[in-house]
Design a protein around this ligand. Structure first.
Ligand code: GDP
Ligand code: IMO
Ligand code: MG
Length: 444
C-alpha cells in the first residue's frame, strides 16, 4: 500500500508536519530525492524537530525510515542530525540508508557556491549544500555512492581519479582556489563509512518485501513540484524531480504499486531563491504575511518570498502528479486578512493560461488574474472540526478545491500535530486503491 506525498508549490508547504501526521499509520517512510537542501519541521508535544535528511516519520517508534537511492546524502550532516535526534531521546535504530544513494563530497558545496558567484545577477539562489553538483556528477557517472564507503580500496582509487583528474583541476585552474587534499578526504569518508556502515544496506529487497506484505509505505517528497528539474521554472529549480515520478525512480517502487498521491499546499504561496513567482507580494502586505507565517527558510534562514495562492500552480501540480487528495496548510496565517485574493490563472500575450508556462520569461511578465473572497477575521488555530470553521474560511477552502480540481481532505491550522482538521470521512491516505472514492467536485 503506497502513498506518495509531494509538495505542490515551491517547497516549504508544511510537508514535514503532514508526513509526521500520516506516519502514525505507516510501516515505512522513504525519502526518495533531494538532500539537506530540504528542511522539514515537525512539532510534537511542544518540541520542534527540523529534519534535513532523516525522514520525518522517525518520531514514531515502529516506523522504518529509509533514505532512498534518489537522495544525495551529506554524511557529515546526516551524522550530526542522527546525534541531535538521539540526544532528544528518539531512537534511530529504524533508520536505513540505501547503498545506491549518492554522496555529497567536499567539492560539491564549494563548487555550488563558486558557480553561484560566477552567475552573478543570474544566480539561482541555491542553498549552497552541493545538491546540483552532486546530481551532476551522478549523471556524469563520476558520483560516489553510500555503498562505496564500505569499500575503502575502491574509495581510494576512485577518489584519486576524480580528485586529481577532474575536481582539483577545476578548483585550481578555473576558480583559482586551493586544491583539496586526497588523504584528508579519504580519512574523513572512511570514518563516515565506519559510523554509517550499520545503516547502509541494499534497500531494494527490504522495500519489496514490505510491498509484498502489503505494508503501508509513505514516500516523503522534498522540495516542491515547481522546483522540478523538468516541470519547474527551469533553470530556477533544484536538480532532482520532486514529483510523484521522481519518488518512484528514487525508491525503486513501481507505478503500479501506488495507491494515492497526496499534495501538500500552503494556503498562500512562498518561494525561497530566485525565479518567477507570479503572485509575489513585494510590499507591506507580503511582509505582514511573512511575519505572521514566520516565513524564513528552515535550512538557510533566508526570508521566503510571499504571495497569494496561485491556483494555476496548484492545478498544474495536481495534474502533473496525479494528486488525489490535498492537505492545505497554514490556513490560520490568513486569519486577519480581508479580502483574501486567489490567482485563478494568468494572462500572457493576450491569452488566458490555466497552467504555468514553460517559458519563464512569459511567466515572469504575465498578468495574474485574481478573484477576491472575504476574510473570516477570527482565529481558527483552536478549531478541530470542519463544521466549526467560520463560513468565510469554509468558502475559501471550497473555492480552492474547485480551482485545483482535487479534494482538500486535511486542513492544517497550526504547526502542532493536533492542529489539524480532517475535512471528510473519505479515506485520506494509506488506503488501498479499491477503497478510494472518485472525487466529484460539487460546484464546478
Ligand atoms: P516543509 O519543508 O514542507 O516540511 O515545510 P517547512 O517545515 O520548511 O516550513 C513549514 C513551516 O510552517 C514550519 O515552521 C512548520 O512548523 C509550520 N507549519 C506547518 N503547518 C502549519 C500550519 O498549519 N500553521 C502554521 N501557522 N504553521 C505551520
Ligand atoms: P523543502 O523540502 C524550498 C530551492 C532553493 C533554490 C533552488 C535550488 O524544505 O521544501 P538547491 O540548493 O536545491 O540547488 O537550490 O531550490 N530549494 C528549496 N526551497 N524548500 C526546499 O526544500 C528547497 N530545496 C531547495 O532555495 O531556489
Ligand atoms: Mg522546508
Amino acid at each position: 500500500m503506497v502513498t506518495i506525498l509531494v509538495g505542490g508549490q515551491w517547497g516549504d508547504e508544511g510537508k514535514g508536519k503532514i508526513i509526521d501526521l500520516l506516519s502514525e499509520n505507516a510501516d515505512m517512510v522513504i525519502r526518495s530525492q533531494g538532500g539537506n537542501n530540504a528542511g522539514h519541521t515537525v512539532v510534537n508535544a511542544g518540541q520542534e524537530f527540523r529534519f534535513h535528511l532523516i525522514p520525518s516519520g522517525i518520531l514514531y517508534p515502529n516506523t522504518t525510515c529509509v533514505i532512498g537511492n534518489g537522495v544525495v546524502l551529506d554524511p557529515r550532516v546526516l551524522l550530526e542530525e542522527m546525534e541531535q535526534v538521539q540526544s532528544r531521546g528518539i531512537s534511530i535504530d529504524r533508520l536505513l540508508i540505501s547503498d545506491r544513494a549518492h554522496l555529497i563530497m567536499p567539492w560539491h558545496p564549494i563548487l555550488d557556491k563558486l558557480e553561484e558567484e560566477q552567475r552573478g545577477d543570474d544566480r539561482l539562489g541555491t542553498t549552497w549544500r552541493g545538491i546540483g553538483p552532486a546530481y551532476a556528477d551522478k549523471v556524469r557517472r563520476i558520483g560516489f555512492r553510500a555503498g562505496d564507503l564500505q569499500k575503502p580500496r575502491f574509495l581510494e582509487k576512485k577518489l584519486s581519479f576524480v580528485l586529481s583528474k577532474i575536481k582539483n583541476p577545476i578548483l585550481e585552474q578555473l576558480y583559482h582556489v586551493k586544491p583539496l587534499d586526497r588523504q584528508a578526504i579519504l580519512d574523513e569518508y572512511t570514518g563516515y563509512g565506519e559510523r554509517l556502515g550499520p545503516y547502509i544496506q541494499d534497500i531494494f529487497p527490504i522495500i519489496h518485501r514490505a510491498l509484498g506484505r502489503n505494508d503501508r509505505v509513505l514516500l516523503e517528497g522534498a522540495q516542491g513540484s515547481m522546483l522540478d528539474l523538468d516541470f519547474g521554472t527551469y533553470p530556477y529549480v533544484t536538480s532532482s524531480s520532486p514529483t510523484a515520478g521522481g519518488a518512484l525512480t528514487g525508491s525503486g517502487i513501481p507505478p503500479t504499486a501506488v495507491d494515492l498521491t497526496m499534495g501538500v499546499f500552503k494556503a498562500y504561496t512562498t518561494r525561497v531563491g530566485y525565479g518567477p513567482m507570479p503572485t509575489e507580494l513585494d510590499n507591506a502586505l507580503g511582509e505582514q504575511i511573512r511575519k505572521i507565517g514566520v516565513e524564513y527558510g528552515t535550512t538557510t534562514g533566508r526570508p521566503r518570498r510571499v504571495g497569494w495562492f496561485d491556483a494555476a500552480v496548484a492545478r498544474y501540480s495536481v495534474v502533473l502528479n496525479g494528486i488525489g487528495s490535498i492537505a492545505l496548510t497554514k490556513l490560520d496565517v490568513l486569519d486577519g486578512f480581508d479580502p483574501i485574493r486567489i490567482c485563478t490563472g494568468y494572462v500572457s500575450k493576450g491569452e488566458l493560461q490555466e497552467f504555468p508556462m514553460a517559458n519563464i520569461s512569459h511567466l515572469k511578465h504575465c498578468e495574474p488574474v485574481y478573484e477576491e473572497l472575504p476574510g473570516w477575521g477570527s482565529s481558527i488555530a483552536g478549531l478541530r472540526r470542519p463544521e466549526d470553521l467560520p463560513k468565510a474560511a469554509r468558502r475559501y477552502i471550497d473555492r480552492l478545491e474547485q480551482l485545483c480540481r482535487a479534494p482538500i481532505d486535511i486542513v492544517s491550522v497550526g504547526p502542532a500535530r493536533d492542529q489539524t482538521i480532517r475535512m471528510s470521512s473519505r479515506p485520506q491516505t494509506l488506503v488501498p486503491r479499491q477503497h478510494q472514492q472518485q472525487h466529484q467536485p460539487s460546484h464546478s
